[in-house]
Design a protein around this ligand. Structure first.
Ligand SMILES: [Zn+2]
Length: 172
C-alpha cells in the first residue's frame, strides 16, 4: 500500500512523536529488518531504537516477529512498517477532532452569552462557575465581564464544516 510521505509524517508525529520519523523513513518500503540493523542505519543506540519500535507497535504502526539467532542463542526482533495503519489513524484523528469541536460547540450553544471572561484573558468560565467566584477571575481577581460568544459559535461551526469537507472519512 502506498501512503504519501507527508501523511505518514503528520500522523506518526502526532500519535507517536517526531523523534521516530527517521526510523520510519528508514523502515518504509522494507520488510523484516532487525532492531540492530535499524539502530545502526539511523545511528542510534539499540535500546533507543527498541523504545521507538515499542511505541510504534503500541499504535500498530509496525509489526514484528522474533527469531532465535542460531549463533548468539538469543532472540532478535525483525520489524516491518504497516502503512495502512497510517490511513486508519488519520481517519481516527479526524473523527476525534470533529467530535471535540462538536462537543465545544454544544457547550457554547448551551451557554449562549453566558460565558464570563477576565479582561486580562486569564480565564473564561461558564455562568455557574463564574458565580462561584463572585464573577471575579480566579487567577487575578479582576471582575469578569459577560461575553457574547456568537462569534465563537460561528467560528466553531465553520471549522466543523471545513473538516467535514476535507474529511474523506472511510466507512468501509
Ligand atoms: Zn484574570
Amino acid at each position: 500500500m502506498r501512503v504519501h510521505d507527508k501523511l505518514v509524517k503528520e500522523v506518526v508525529s502526532e500519535v507517536v512523536g517526531e523523534d521516530v520519523l527517521p526510523l520510519i523513513a528508514y523502515l518504509k518500503g522494507k520488510r523484516n529488518i532487525s532492531e540492530f540493523t535499524i539502530a545502526e542505519s539511523i545511528d542510534i543506540e539499540v535500546n533507543e531504537a527498541r523504545n521507538m519500535l515499542y511505541r510504534l507497535h503500541g499504535m500498530h504502526l509496525v509489526t514484528y516477529h522474533r527469531k532465535k539467532d542460531k549463533e548468539k542463542g538469543w532472540y532478535i526482533s525483525y520489524w516491518t512498517f504497516n502503512p495502512s495503519r497510517v490511513v486508519e489513524l488519520k481517519d481516527r484523528l479526524h473523527l476525534e477532532r470533529v467530535a471535540a469541536l462538536k462537543e465545544r460547540l454544544r457547550r457554547e450553544e448551551q451557554n449562549l452569552n453566558a460565558f464570563f471572561i477576565c479582561t486580562s484573558m486569564c480565564s473564561r468560565l461558564e455562568f455557574e462557575r463564574a458565580m462561584e467566584y463572585d464573577f471575579k477571575c480566579p487567577e487575578c481577581g479582576t471582575l469578569m465581564t459577560q461575553q457574547d460568544n456568537s462569534k465563537t459559535i460561528e467560528h466553531l461551526r465553520a471549522r466543523i464544516q471545513d473538516l467535514g469537507r476535507s474529511g474523506a472519512v472511510r466507512t468501509g
